[in-house]
Unconditional design. Structure first.
Length: 249
């Protein structure tokens, strides 16, 4: 009889623990990205109409951001989506920001980040920017909106803010791809390989892909690739790619 009570007690305790873990995961999913809203309130300012046109106004307080975390080196905004976040790069661990926020808190939403395969200048042929797609729509989940052709056609802009310049990109492709590491799989510094890669992208034809075949992108251009997960398919990634079209500085 005592054994039955002991087993029942263990099962009850296990149930409580599992329930607690499930609630914690639900809470994290539901509140993912909220800490970034507080950061935005501190560092994002409205652009002033009084600023002389010859001087570029950076609407991000990078000094405050870098005092918070020196790994922050840029800010990405994708108009039409909720994507409006700082970009970080760890100098020691490429996987660190998979599960840490820009404030170094352990967090399953992680941060928007690049790896040290890229410089922090956006002068590489292809800069790959990673972010989780959270169930509550935060972080890079907004990229999945580009699966809709109308949305893709009407929302082509990506803005990268840096301490001394603003980079403007135009989206030319959004598609489901495999989970290979792009920067380890393709030598984008080799223009023949880079051009062959671009030709492959522009040749994609499937129901989950949107390609602007009228866009002119060559191996002389600089692009960014925004990469996020795809629900239920661990071996796939959803990519949104854009080409640099102008720089304000």
């Amino acid at each position: 009889m005592k054994k039955r009570y002991v087993v029942a007690g263990i099962l009850a305790a296990a149930g409580l623990i599992c329930g607690g873990i499930a609630y914690y995961q639900y809470y994290q999913d539901a509140h993912a990205g909220q800490e970034y809203e507080k950061i935005k309130e501190k560092v994002v300012t409205e652009e002033s109409e009084e600023t002389p046109k010859s001087i570029v106004e950076i609407p991000i307080d990078f000094q405050t951001l870098q005092n918070m975390n020196p790994d922050i080196y840029a800010w990405i905004k994708v108009p039409g989506t909720v994507i409006d976040y700082p970009i970080v790069q760890s100098g020691t661990d490429n996987s660190y920001y998979l599960n840490h926020s820009v404030e170094h808190d352990e967090n399953k939403a992680g941060a928007i980040f690049t790896e040290d395969y890229n410089t922090k200048t956006f002068e590489d042929p292809n800069t790959v920017i990673y972010g989780h797609g959270m169930a509550n729509g935060s972080m890079f989940d907004g990229l999945h909106q580009y699966m809709d052709r109308d949305f893709f056609d009407q929302n082509k802009e990506i803005i990268i803010y840096m301490p001394d310049k603003i980079l403007h990109y135009q989206i030319f492709a959004a598609y489901l791809y495999d989970n290979r590491h792009l920067l380890q799989s393709f030598n984008f510094d080799n223009k023949d390989i880079y051009q062959a890669y671009l030709d492959m992208v522009f040749g994609i034809r499937d129901m989950k892909s949107n390609i602007d075949t009228a866009a002119s992108v060559t191996a002389d251009d600089k692009i960014i690739t925004l990469s996020t997960c795809y629900a239920g398919m661990d071996n796939r990634r959803y990519l949104v790619q854009a080409v640099l079209v102008s720089i304000e500085q």
